[in-house]
Design a protein around this ligand. Structure first.
Ligand code: PLP
Length: 228
């Protein structure tokens, strides 16, 4: 038996549940990327996760993410930005992130676009499935036209869509809706097959609806430190 830390135990337990859900859905585990969301946790925890084999991590605030990425530059981590992003910070986020899951405004496309980029950044279009427009994300009716503009922007690689299931209800209908929207986008952009959905409380349901990228925080990291 390997002597696991509590963090290692939680990670192993989540990975077991991911594998179970994939099996139940007859899905290949290699088609699912588990991103550990490390917001509000110190860089030392991210380093510990790396030691446990984690390579994909996610953050939702630029300053915090930038500082951790700089401190951990010696590690082969892939940084995913999952939070609402101000256009004026977009250029800086490009510098340390490999993917952004929250592209949802034309001003953000413009700010992220870069003719000279050596490597394109992976862009997920965030979709808002609620009536609350303050939550970020394009409304489904605008999705296809918006995806066209992301795909046309230099230095951005449209890789798929992202969504968050509404709190306090069965997440399945929301995930099924996202899957349907993803299929529509793929009619024009077959390469945009990534589907970022599923968090600590609902990743099994997301897997059964076709999620390719899970964004899992507290189930792995434990409760977030108090952040005021
Ligand atoms: C914090 C966050 C997550 C992870 O949430 P948990 O419930 O802790 O798993 C996933 N996606 C986004 C956009 C987040 O901000």
């Amino acid at each position: 038996m390997v002597d696991l830390t509590p963090l290692g135990e939680r990670l192993a337990e989540v990975d077991d549940r991911i594998a179970d859900a994939a099996r139940a859905a007859s899905r290949d585990l290699s088609s699912i990327t588990r991103i550990v969301i490390t917001k509000f946790h110190p860089a030392s925890l991210v380093r510990e996760l790396h030691g446990l084999g984690v390579r994909d991590v996610g953050e939702n605030r630029h300053q915090e993410a930038q500082a951790k990425a700089a401190e951990l530059a010696d590690l082969d981590l892939r940084w995913n930005f999952v939070g609402q992003l101000q256009s004026k910070k977009a250029r800086q986020v490009r510098a340390y992130c490999q993917s952004i899951h929250s592209v949802d405004r034309d001003s953000l496309i413009t700010a992220l676009a870069n003719d000279e980029a050596e490597t394109p950044i992976d862009a997920f279009v965030q979709v808002n499935l609620t009536d609350d427009h303050g939550r970020g994300g394009v409304v489904p009716a605008d999705l296809e036209a918006f995806a066209d503009r992301v795909a046309a922007a230099p230095g951005l690689r449209l890789c798929g869509i992202m969504g968050v299931a509404p709190l306090g209800e069965d997440p399945r209908p929301a995930f099924a809706a996202l899957r349907g929207l993803s299929e529509r986008v793929q009619l024009q952009h077959p390469e945009a097959s990534a589907l970022s959905m599923g968090m600590s409380g609902d990743f099994a349901e997301a897997i059964s609806e076709g999620a390719t990228h899970l964004r899992i925080g507290t189930a792995i990291t434990g409760n977030r430190p108090d952040h005021g």
